[in-house]
Design a protein around this ligand. Structure first.
Ligand code: PMP
Length: 415
């Protein structure tokens, strides 16, 4: 009935052995499948559930909105309230426009960047994923990387002809591209912490370098914070690394698990969006009231208790240290890419820096690890090229059990 049995390719477990469990319930850091098996969940719906499943305030806020209505096709107070929360939290953002997915946010920001600069070319990075809009699918991460395909049939050559794909973490390559065709480049779009080739942190100076180069050449810097926004810090990766982009994309956490995306940034840019300006972009269910209610509640919980980010950091450190120690003990080379609560163990490589380099990871071994994890009640994203997420609902015990099953899976007797 559904192509590949799914509505998003990664869910089909094509890159790992085994059958995807049929999840029927989630609570906190755990999910339960139709057979009653309990899993520690590191997928967390691919990022939104930073507070775990069913956080009471988020659920209550959605429920309260449902009592009043689902959608009206008119602006509601909650849209303004969520926008205010984002503007207050993210320094570079003066205004936001809500959409319904990260894909839409990226597509719309690219249109705005092209309109604002009067230029057509876009720089993206290999292994970066910004949704499935034509121009951004070139050498993309996430499902495209998982399935090992270069792009997608059906994307006209002309749609990607303006896209320049460069290696992540390579400032010099960006400088050269600007030297070559700087006057045609509208924007550089980047996941400030790469999450769609597995978690690959930015090397020191990379994001600053992008800021300097884009400013120098009159191009816009677009941070795709769909994954990192409100996750690697309340103010996103831009707060964590202190780099101020012109435009930012959000999704996942800001919708509390309901379908939301957003793009925002400098007032002079955002005012070019219709109907304030001529750059057209619209959506029937944009600013969906239950989604706005969920987002406001989630951001309130996070803002009111900054210790939650300390907790995520500590859990992340514990998981990373556990993986590193276990891999060392088993004599398995393993680079652990991690920023805060985003984590990926790359088996068989000792550093995670670019897409070319992480493509060298041992995917067969990762598949065996994934299978062992499933058997042990650990639900990990089913690809070497998807980051895992921790939530504030995870406990030290969840982390330790996950590390123990990792150690068992890597031990020589099990291979
Ligand atoms: N940008 C990034 C960084 C993402 O991680 C994703 C989705 N994983 C997207 C954009 C696309 O978002 P969506 O799936 O909501 O279209």
């Amino acid at each position: 009935m559904l192509p590949g049995g799914v509505n998003s390719p990664v869910r089909a477990y094509r890159a790992v052995p085994g059958v995807p469990p049929h999840i029927v319930r989630g609570e906190g850091a755990h999910v339960v499948d139709a057979d009653g098996n309990d899993f520690i969940d590191f997928v967390l719906a691919y990022g939104p559930h930073i507070l775990g499943h069913q956080p009471p305030r988020v659920v209550a806020a959605v429920r309260a909105q449902l009592e009043r209505g689902i959608a009206y096709g008119h602006t509601v107070e909650l849209e303004v309230e969520l926008a205010e929360r984002i503007v207050d939290a993210v320094e570079s953002v003066d205004m936001v426009r809500f959409v319904t997915s990260g894909t839409e946010a990226a597509m719309s920001a690219v249109r705005l960047a092209r309109a604002a600069t009067g230029r057509d070319r876009i720089v993206k990075f290999a292994g970066g994923y910004h949704g499935h809009a034509d121009a951004l699918l070139a050498e993309a991460g996430s499902g495209i990387a998982t399935l090992g395909i270069p792009g997608s049939p059906g994307v006209p050559a002309a749609a990607v002809a303006g896209t320049i794909v460069l290696p992540y973490n390579d400032r010099d390559a960006v400088a050269e591209a600007f030297e070559r065709e700087g006057e045609q480049i509208a924007a550089v779009i980047v996941e400030p912490v790469a999450g769609n080739m597995g978690c690959v942190p930015p090397v020191p100076g990379f994001l600053d370098g992008l800021r300097d180069l884009t400013s120098k050449w009159g191009a816009l810097l677009v941070f795709d914070e769909v994954m990192t926004g409100f996750r690697v810090a309340f103010g996103g990766a831009q707060a964590r690394y202190e780099v101020r982009p012109d435009l930012s994309l959000f999704g996942k956490v800001i919708g509390g698990g309901l379908p939301v995306g957003a793009y925002g940034g400098r007032r002079d840019l955002m005012e070019q969006v219709a109907p304030s300006g001529p750059v057209y972009q619209a959506g029937t269910l944009s600013g969906s009231p239950p989604a706005m209610a969920a987002g406001c509640a989630a951001l309130d919980v996070l803002r009111e208790d900054p210790a939650l980010y300390d907790r995520l950091e500590r859990l992340g450190e514990r998981l990373q240290a556990g993986f590193e120690a276990a891999a060392g003990a088993a004599g398995v080379v393993c680079a652990v890419g991690r920023v805060g609560s985003m984590v990926t163990p790359f088996l068989g490589i000792d550093t995670a820096r670019t897409f070319d380099n992480v493509k060298g990871a041992d995917r067969v071994r990762f598949g065996r690890l994934h299978e062992a994890w499933l058997d042990a009640g650990v639900l990990w994203p089913p690809s070497q090229f998807e980051t895992a997420f921790l939530s504030t609902a995870h406990t030290d015990e969840d982390v330790d059990r996950t590390v123990e099953s990792f150690a068992r899976a890597l031990s020589p007797v099990s291979v």
